[in-house]
Ligand binder design. Structure first.
Ligand code: ADP
Ligand code: MG
Length: 715
């Protein structure tokens, strides 16, 4: 079947793939429920429920050659099966013999009577499991067993797929059902990849022709031995590439959709921006300059900007945000900067207002804690256009917030917001035109991940730090050395520096830990550093209190700021040269990196102490040691991704990370790159997928994918 599939075939595929598994012969309501618990509802789900491994009968190990620690499949005759006692522990023990030796099969749990009925002495069994050597014999505890007797229809193939357990369904019954479901689905499954894209896949064109074959071979490989590995690997590649291809196509189309939407062409009066540039205490870095050039081109163009600005902590994104905002303002539009926390919004507001001092640009701060009257007034000024640049939190996307003419929407620390929130801010224009959008993130995301999560955005990277930055010297401090670290802090403060102490306390939503935060701060102010001025900052404080605490720290009236992770972003006190993170083992890698970014911002040498406060898991040890080794945010995020996996790193649902069924963003990076090129090629030839040959592809995108890709719905 080589021709271009027609829409009717697509409909048939949709309907077969959507068939409930309960309609498969052998699956009644009861079994259906067990499948449902595993997330398997339809024929499509079954198709993508790939075996976790295969039992390869062509690779049966002779029992004599089994060795400790190996996972092996071997075959033999069951010569006995009896209950025994091991130090009063009851166990069922079987002996399986082939011509080379005898292995022990052992059960400590399970229904022994049933097992003995199921596996009569004298039957030939294939056993799979981890071999251990015990008492001079090879043994496998709780082996997976197959009988090779007359009742085994269809089970005599050389390769048997092993699926992840569906509770309450015997593996053999599961395989039978899978066989039926896979056959039904495979026979209608269409290849989504057009020939011109397949040619770029690096796979042979033939690989794409019959998707049914790909599924059949993955579920029921026809050959064992070395062939097996080849077949499985190449079939899997086809599936992963198809999946990535559709994903990239969707993302690129979405980007294209934004590009062709009516936007704003900004023509700023640079005569009014230059004086501000000249008033800055420093030169722009090369990277800031380059990135601003990219933003300027986007802003001048008719089509809406949709750009991700990535730059490590302290790389100077705020200034880029400010100058971009000015380009909007000096073209007669408003700009909005949205930050994920009040503290960060306040910081941006303070920094930006300071830089704008003396310039006729009106800024305002809108957060959830603005008093009703003030909020009312601000909303009025926003709607009338008296406010040029508004900085705020989620408060900016409330329904009653209206702009006179929003031209540029900037979202800081993008990964803390959902895609929906980003879209809401962009929707604050009434005339049907799309404001330009700049999203900023300090979490440098490995390329494979950003291509997936932000594949619809153009990317700008600030890859250069402002001059004079020195790496923050980082040390893990064990309990017994904690006094030395505190003494070091004392020494720094004696030299005129300031310090942060970060505690894993009082998240902003947490109501009960308030007392703990206050107690912790008392511990430091009265017991550890009674001679110093210690302040407290946490997310549950009222806005006014926070401002006071921060103001005092900025002003040098406080030596040590004891804080929760609210300081993670935005705070910029150049005189602070040392940070101690209490219970550092409880923090994630990216978070530690963000926290550490608060020091090392001035001309002073800086230190970060990672205070270990309890038992440390292997993962935590690894995190801490990475922090000691590098200050490079990009390396840290790659390591973080390895430790945590993409979903956890970005907070899956929030971030718009698609649920992939076969591909793995971490390990299939090169395939992702290829898939993107494939998608680009298709769109280049047929941007709106209107051609006859792409009709099924277009249908797959709009109907087949929407369920999985929240990102596509978010506009
Ligand atoms: P980010 O938001 O990327 O974490 P910031 O915008 O807070 O970083 O900038 C970090 C610090 O660097 C701020 O104190 C800022 O004033 C300073 N800074 C920004 N750009 C430059 C530059 N070109 N030269 C020197 N210092 C700069
Ligand atoms: Mg910032």
């Amino acid at each position: 079947m080589c021709g271009v599939p027609v829409l009717a075939e697509f409909r048939r595929m949709q309907s077969v793939l959507g068939t409930p598994l309960t309609l498969i012969k052998g699956v009644g309501p009861k079994i259906g429920e067990k499948f449902a618990k595993k997330g398997l509802l339809t024929v499509e789900d079954a198709l993508f429920f790939l075996p976790i491994r295969y039992e390869d009968r062509t690779r049966l190990a002779p029992i004599r050659e089994l060795h400790h620690g190996q996972s092996a499949t071997f075959q033999g005759e069951l010569i006995s099966l009896e209950v025994r006692f091991y130090r009063r522990r009851r166990a069922l023990e079987g002996l399986l013999a082939d011509s080379t030796g005898v292995a022990v099969l052992k059960w400590f749990h399970g229904n022994f009577d049933w097992l003995r009925k199921r596996y009569p002495v004298g039957s030939t069994l294939i056993a799979y499991g981890q071999v251990s050597d015990f008492g001079g014999r090879h043994e496998v505890i709780h082996p997976d067993l197959e009988t090779l007797d007359g009742s085994n229809d269809g089970e005599m193939e050389t390769v048997t797929p092993v699926y992840s357990e569906v509770e309450g369904v015997h593996p053999r019954a599961l395989r039978k059902i899978m066989k039926k479901a896979v056959e039904a689905g495979a026979s209608v499954f269409l290849n989504a990849v057009p020939p011109e894209a397949a040619a770029l896949s690096g796979l042979e064109g033939a690989a794409w022709v019959d998707m049914g074959k790909v599924f059949r071979e993955l579920h029921f490989p026809p050959k064992g031995g070395e062939e097996l590995e080849k077949i499985v690997a190449s079939s899997r590649q086809v599936l992963v590439l198809s999946e990535f291809f559709l994903l990239q196509l969707a993302l690129l189309r979405k980007r294209e959709g934004v590009r062709v939407a009516p936007g704003i062409s900004f023509h700023p009066d640079f005569g009014r921006i230059k004086p501000l540039l000249r008033s800055l205490p420093w030169e722009l870095t090369g990277a800031q300059r380059r990135v601003l050039g990219e933003i300027r081109r986007d802003m001048e163009s008719e089509s809406p900007m949709h750009r991700l600005l990535q730059g490590d902590v302290g790389s100077g994104k705020t200034l880029v945000a400010l100058l971009s905002s000015l380009m909007a303002v000096e073209s007669g539009y408003q700009s909005a900067i949205m930050a994920p926390t009040e503290v960060l919004a306040e910081q941006h507001y303070a920094n930006i207002s300071a830089l704008l001092k003396g310039f006729p640009v009106r800024t305002a701060l809108l957060t959830g804690s603005a008093p009703a009257g003030e909020r009312e007034r601000m909303l009025g000024e926003l709607a009338s256009g008296e406010i040029d640049v508004i900085i705020g939190t989620h408060a900016l996307i409330q329904p009653d917030v209206e702009f006179k003419s929003l031209g540029l929407a900037i979202v800081d620390e993008q990964h803390r917001f959902g895609v929906m929130q980003r879209a809401l801010l962009a929707s604050k224009r009434r005339d049907g035109r799309t404001p330009d959008m700049l999203v900023m993130t300090a979490t440098p995301i490995p390329r494979s991940l950003s291509m997936t999560v932000y594949g619809d955005l153009d990317l700008s990277v600030i890859d250069e730090m402002p001059p004079g930055r020195k790496p923050v010297k980082t040390k893990v401090v064990r309990l017994e050395n904690r006094q030395k670290a505190y003494d070091f802090i004392r020494g720094e403060i004696a030299k005129g520096r300031q310090a942060y102490i970060v505690c894993p306390l009082v998240e902003e939503s947490d109501k009960v830990d308030l007392r703990a935060a206050v107690e912790t701060s008392l511990h430091f102010s009265e017991e550890v550093f009674p001679e110093l001025r210690v302040g407290l900052l946490h997310g549950r404080m009222k806005a006014g209190e926070k401002e006071m605490a921060l103001g005092a720290f900025y002003g040098g009236e406080i030596d040590i700021l004891v804080s929760t992770t609210v300081i993670e972003v935005g705070i910029d006190v150049k005189n602070a040269s040392v940070m101690a993170v209490e219970h550092a083992e409880r923090f994630g890698l990216s978070q530690l990196h963000q926290l550490r970014g608060r020091v090392g911002r001035g001309e002073h040498d800086s230190w970060c102490f990672l205070m270990v406060g309890g038992p440390v898991s292997g993962d935590a040890r690894e995190r801490l040691s990475i922090m000691e080794k590098t200050c490079d945010g990009f390396r840290i995020s790659e390591e973080d991704l390895k430790i945590r996996g993409p979903g956890d790193m970005l907070g899956t649902r929030q971030s718009g990370l698609p649920e992939l069924r076969v591909g793995n963003i971490l390990t299939d990076g090169p395939l992702l790159e290829r898939a993107r090129r494939m998608a680009q090629a298709v769109l280049q030839a047929d941007p709106s997928l209107e051609s006859e040959g792409n009709r099924v592809l277009a249908a797959m995108l709009t109907e087949g994918l929407q369920r999985k890709l929240a990102i596509l719905r978010a506009g």
